[in-house]
Design a protein around this ligand. Structure first.
Ligand code: NOJ
Length: 540
C-alpha cells in the first residue's frame, strides 16, 4: 500500500546542536526554521526533532518536566508554530519525540505521586523496601540500581535510565488517560507523527525474576511478554489522528517484525537495534558478516508488505558511522561516507539521515572529562577510573564510544564556532570544522552531501527503490555487501565494499556489462573493488 512515509526521506535534528539563532550557545527552534531551505535542497520530506519540551536537562530533554511546554532553551510555542507553518509551506512534515516510558523527577506528576496525592499516587512504579533494601538487584541502562529510595514517600521508585527519570506506571488508567490527552493535544498542533522513545521498556517482569543474562542485560524490562496490550491501546490513538509512528524498540527481533510493524502492528516503523548493536569502535575487528545478516534479516522480515523498515546508520546516541565503520582519515572520509550512504539508503524502508551524516561528520576527541556532557559517559568514565584506568586511558576509551560524538555542533562553515553560533557552544566543536562543513560540501560536486542528494533523487524518481523487491546476493568476500532491488520495470544491483582492503569480487565481470549509474570513485577499475568502493548498476 502506498503511503507518504514509505516514499519519504527523513532527517533527524538534535536541536541543541543544529543551529543557534540567538547566539546563546544552544541551538533553537528559529535555528531549525532558518535551515529548512537547506533541508529542502537536500531533498528531505520530514524532520524528526528530538525533545524540545520543558526539562531540567539531566538527559538533554529526555527528562520532561512539562509535556506541553517548550523549553526556554529552544524558544517559545509561538516560534514552534511558525516553524510548523514554514515547514508546511515547504512541504516538510514534522515528527516530534514522544517520551512516555518516563518523565523527569521534576515533573509535577512525580511531585504529587511522592506526596501520595490520591489522583497521582500510582502514576509511577513504587515499592516498599524489602528487608530494608531495594526490591531486587536489577541494573539500570545508565548504570547503578533501577531503584532509588525516596525519602518523602519512604519507598523506592523504578527507573530504566537515570534516577532523575522515574518510569511511568502503565498499569495506571489515570496515568494513561493523561498521556492520551497529551498525545491528542500535540496532534492538534499540526504535527504529522511521533518517534516514540524507549517504548519497548514500558512493561516490566515480576520483581522476583532474575535479570542476569549477560547477553540481554535489560531483559527484565525490555520487550517483556504482554507489552502488546499497552501498545495496541496506544496505536488506536495514533490511528485516530492519522499520525505516522516510529518506535524506538531495543530488544525487538526480526522474528517479531510483523507484530510490531505489520498491517495490524503497533507502529508504522521501528528503530531496531540489531545492526547498531554490533557497533564496534574503529580499532576493533569489524563484524561485517553479522552486520549484513542483521540488515538482511530485517529486509526479509518486512518483505511482501509484512512490515516496513526504518533505515538508519546514525542517531544522537551513537558515535559517527564514518569513524566506526568507515575511515575518518582524510584519505577515505569522503569515499567511506559515500559507501555507507549507498549501503543503507537503497534498502527497502524509510531512510533517516542524522544531522551532519550528510556532510560526513566524524567523531572528535575529548581531552578532559569536563568536555563531556552525556550522563552515561560520565558514569562510565568514573567506573573506569574506579577499575584502575588512568585518566588518559579512560578518556581514550570513552572518546571512541560516547554519544557526544554525534552531538557536537553542526558544522555549517569553517569559522570559529563552525557557523553554528557566534558564542562558545554548549559542547565543543569538532576540530575538523575547517575541512568538514556544509559550505565546502555544497561547493564540491563530488562531496558526500551531493552524493546523498543523488541517492535521494534516485529514490524519488525510481519507485523500485521504494517498493521493489529486495534480494540479497551472497558473496565470498565478507566485507562486500551485494544486493538487488527489482520490480517489473527496473532492476538494480548495489555493491559496496565495507572495508578498507581491496576485494576481489567474482561477479564483477558479469556486472560490468551493465550500466554503472553511480559510484564513489571517479575512475573505473573492472578488476576489483577498491577500499570502500560502492557501485550502483542498472541491470539490463
Ligand atoms: C533513548 C534516547 O534516544 C536517549 O537519548 C535517551 O537517553 C534514552 N532513550 C532515555 O530517554
Amino acid at each position: 500500500m502506498r503511503t507518504w512515509w514509505k516514499e519519504a526521506v527523513g532527517y533527524q535534528i538534535y536541536p541543541r546542536s543544529f543551529k543557534d539563532s540567538n547566539n546563546d550557545g544552544i541551538g533553537d527552534i528559529n535555528g531549525i526554521r532558518e535551515k529548512l531551505g537547506y533541508l529542502k535542497e537536500l531533498g528531505i520530506d520530514f524532520i524528526w526533532i528530538t525533545p524540545i519540551y520543558a526539562s531540567p536537562n539531566f538527559d538533554n530533554g529526555y527528562d520532561i518536566s512539562d509535556y506541553c511546554a517548550i523549553s526556554s532553551d529552544f524558544g517559545t510555542m509561538e516560534e514552534f508554530k511558525e516553524l510548523v507553518n514554514e515547514a508546511k509551506r515547504l512541504e516538510i512534515k514534522i515528527i516530534m519525540d514522544l517520551v512516555i516510558n518516563h518523565t523527569s523527577n521534576q515533573h509535577n506528576w512525580f511531585e504529587k505521586s511522592r506526596q501520595k496525592d490520591p489522583n497521582y499516587r500510582d502514576f509511577y512504579i513504587w515499592h516498599e523496601p524489602v528487608n530494608g533494601k531495594e526490591p531486587n538487584d536489577w541494573q539500570s541502562i545508565f548504570g547503578g540500581s533501577v531503584w532509588t529510595y525516596d525519602k518523602v514517600r519512604e519507598e523506592y521508585y523504578f527507573h530504566t535510565f537515570a534516577k532523575e527519570q522515574p518510569d511511568l506506571n502503565w498499569d495506571s488508567p489515570a496515568m494513561k488517560n493523561k498521556i492520551v490527552e497529551m498525545i491528542e493535544w500535540w496532534a492538534n498542533q499540526g504535527i504529522d507523527g511521533f518517534r516514540i522513545d524507549a517504548i519497548s521498556h514500558i512493561k516490566k517482569e515480576k520483581w522476583d525474576q532474575p535479570n542476569n543474562d549477560p547477553k540481554r542485560p535489560f531483559k527484565a524490562f525490555q520487550n517483556v511478554e504482554g507489552i502488546g496490550e499497552y501498545l495496541t491501546e496506544l496505536n488506536t490513538i495514533f490511528k485516530k489522528h492519522n499520525l505516522m509512528t516510529v518506535g524506538e524498540a531495543s530488544g525487538v527481533t526480526a522474528e517479531e517484525a510483523e507484530v510490531w510493524v505489520g498491517k495490524d502492528g503497533y507502529f508504522n516503523m521501528i528503530f531496531e537495534f540489531e545492526h547498531t548493536g554490533l557497533w564496534r569502535t574503529a580499532n576493533d575487528e569489524q563484524p561485517f558478516k553479522q552486520f549484513k545478516e542483521a540488515l538482511v534479516r530485517w529486509q526479509e522480515a518486512c518483505a511482501n508488505d509484512k512490515g516496513w523498515n526504518a533505515l538508519y546508520m546514525e542517531n544522537h546516541d551513537l558515535p559517527r558511522s564514518i569513524s566506526v565503520y568507515g575511515d575518518d582519515s582524510s584519505v577515505y572520509r569522503t569515499i567511506s561516507g559515500k559507501a555507507l550512504a549507498m549501503a543503507f539508503m537503497l534498502l527497502q524502508g524509510t531512510p533517516f539521515i542524522y544531522q551532519g551524516q550528510e556532510i560526513g561528520m566524524t567523531n572528535t576527541t575529548f581531552d578532559s572529562i569536563d568536555e563531556v556532557n552525556a550522563t552515561d559517559t560520565i558514569y562510565m568514565y568514573h567506573q573506569l577510573i574506579t577499575n584502575g584506568y588512568s585518566e588518559t586511558q579512560a578518556l581514550e576509551q570513552i572518546s571512541a564510544v560516547t554519544r557526544d560524538n554525534a552531538r557536537t555542533p553542526m558544522q555549517w562553515d569553517g569559522s570559529e564556532f563552525a557557523g553554528f553560533s557566534e558564542t562558545k557552544p554548549w559542547l565543543k566543536v569538532n576540530q575538523n570544522k575547517g575541512s568538514v562543513n556544509v559550505k565546502l560540501e555544497q561547493e564540491d560536486a563530488n562531496s558526500i552531501f551531493n552524493f546523498y542528494k543523488q541517492l535521494i533523487q534516485l529514490r524519488k524518481n525510481h519507485p523500485v527503490f521504494v517498493s521493489g523487491e529486495f534480494r540479497y546476493v551472497e558473496t565470498e568476500a565478507e566485507p562486500v555487501f551485494h544486493y538487488e532491488r527489482r520490480n517489473e520495470q527496473e532492476q538494480y544491483a548495489i555493491v559496496v565494499n565495507l572495508s578498507k582492503e581491496e576485494q576481489a569480487f567474482v561477479s564483477l565481470d558479469e556486472l560490468t556489462d551493465n550500466k554503472l549509474v553511480l559510484s564513489n570513485y571517479l575512475d573505473y577499475d573492472f578488476s576489483k573493488l577498491r577500499p570502500f568502493e560502492a557501485r550502483l548498476y542498472k541491470l539490463s
